[in-house]
Design a protein around this ligand. Structure first.
Ligand code: PLP
Length: 452
């Protein structure tokens, strides 16, 4: 840090500040974690300085032998860890991994007149004229994914993301009574909509997904099954999700981030069946910039860590802690979407406290509890204010929290949210108790007006 300080003190200050903030707060954002020192240190190396477009052993730059080594190591670890036949570790993020996957699926599966007329086997072989025809031909390709309010992700065909422009999109939701995925409803929508891609995976659904059933549905309608396991990759790696709930044997293509429950560096990855391997490997330069050697190296380190027995124990702890958190919240009267959890996250409906998700997020943050607001199914408050808060266990499990600590976390959350309720609404104001987290104890310090 002294070296950084001598060049740019503002940045050194922010790095120190982030460490202090992370130490002083309870990190409960479901998509965050603490990468290991080995993973973090690997990123801060001169592997960052190298250009290496291409793939292992086939680069468009000279002197890539060390990048070859780390890329190969990361891919081998990923294949061994997940039992995948092919792994592409270049994507810079989860969004990039999804984009690589979408283009690979289009490249492999479109039977377009443009391709036939051009005599081309692959979209990358098309001329500009062919592309124009292909864009028209692609106009009616369809993707079916989980709706945003049921917990789906923007990159699953929704308009703010390019996937929503590449595909005509439809979505499946969850059962209004139970909040659970209704596979018969997914099947019915798939039969009617006939998507090219059936997307499974989520950001805020607190349950397991049966990928064997999703594959059956995909096969029935001739779709490619793409699973985005960004959120729960750590539970797959740690063998908490096995059999029908492990996406890798069932999906044609699996995408993931490497930094969430998998606890690696910030980045993405695509695993796929052999049919898609060649197209997936063309991710750079199709949609990606040059591969980040330092990050691929850190992926190799984190994946090696995830292959250790200790990671399996950690993954099971993540899931057990989520159950303890869910039970602790339910016991104290909080309504949970789907009534509980089977993965690493819990989705609270905070409307019972008379507040929005935004107010809950802000009150919890004031108390050193870092969560994020999240829409719940059929949310009357919309995606900005929301009625929900999403809470995940990976980061604090990495810090050594067990079920007893997570029960205490549930108690703290309920204390803060109860004190945030608009008790003084009649007088036109509102009050809330503010807590600081000191040595794991919630301490009432003062009351303050909230933004109610
Ligand atoms: N896919 C899912 C399911 C996610 O939850 C996210 C991030 O929140 C992404 C993809 C995108 O990941 P990234 O932020 O690395 O692009």
């Amino acid at each position: 840090l002294q070296v950084i300080e001598s060049v740019e003190p503002t940045v050194a200050g922010a790095i120190r500040g982030e460490l202090a903030d992370q130490r002083a707060s309870l990190k409960l954002i479901a998509s965050e974690n603490y990468a290991s020192p080995a993973t973090l240190l690997t990123m801060g190396t001169w592997l960052s300085d190298k250009y290496a477009e291409g793939t292992v052993g086939h680069r468009f730059y000279a002197a890539c032998q060390n990048i070859d080594t780390v890329e190969q190591a990361a891919a081998e670890h990923a294949k061994a860890l997940f039992g995948a036949s092919h792994a592409y570790v270049q994507p810079h993020s989860g969004i990039d991994a999804n984009l690589v996957a979408f283009w690979a699926i289009l490249a492999q599966r479109i039977e377009s007149p443009a391709l036939a007329e051009a005599g081309a086997k692959h979209v990358n072989d098309l001329t500009e004229d062919d592309w124009q025809q292909l864009r028209r031909a692609m106009g009616n390709q369809r993707a079916l994914g989980m709706s945003l309010d049921a917990g789906g992700h923007l990159t699953h065909g929704f308009r703010p993301n390019i996937s929503g422009k590449m595909f005509e999109q439809s979505s499946y939701g969850t059962d209004p009574e139970t909040g659970l995925l209704d596979y018969d409803a997914v099947r019915a929508t798939a039969r009617e909509f006939k998507p090219l891609v059936l997307i499974a995976g989520y950001s805020a659904y607190p349950r397991k997904v049966n990928f064997a059933t999703m594959r059956e549905i995909a096969d029935e309608v001739g779709a490619v099954l793409m699973v985005d396991m960004a959120h729960f990759a750590g539970l797959v790696a740690g063998k908490v999700f096995t059999g029908d709930f492990d996406p890798v044997p069932h999906a044609h293509v699996v995408t993931t981030t490497t930094h969430k429950s998998l606890r690696g560096p910030r980045g993405g990855m695509v695993l796929c069946q052999p049919e898609f391997a060649d197209s997936v490997d063309r991710g750079c330069p199709m949609v990606l910039g040059g591969p980040l050697g330092h990050v691929m190296a850190a992926k190799a380190v984190a994946l090696a860590e995830a292959r250790q027995d200790s990671f399996r124990a950690h993954a099971q702890d993540v899931a057990d802690n989520a159950v303890a958190l869910a039970e602790g919240l339910s016991r104290r009267g909080v309504r949970l979407v789907t009534g509980g959890t089977e993965n690493h996250l819990v989705l609270l409906d905070v409307s019972g406290f008379g507040i929005t998700g935004r107010q809950a997020e802000s009150a919890l943050l004031d108390s050193g509890i870092v969560t994020n607001r999240n829409a719940i199914p059929r949310d009357p408050n919309g995606a900005w204010y929301t009625s929900g808060v999403r809470i995940g266990t990976p980061a604090l499990t990495s810090r050594g929290f067990g079920t007893a600590e997570f029960d205490r976390v549930a108690e703290l959350i309920v204390d803060v949210l109860t004190a945030t309720a608009p008790t003084a609404a009649a007088s036109g104001g509102s009050s809330k108790a503010k807590y600081t987290i000191a040595d794991g104890v919630a301490e009432k310090t003062h009351t303050a007006a909230d933004e109610l």
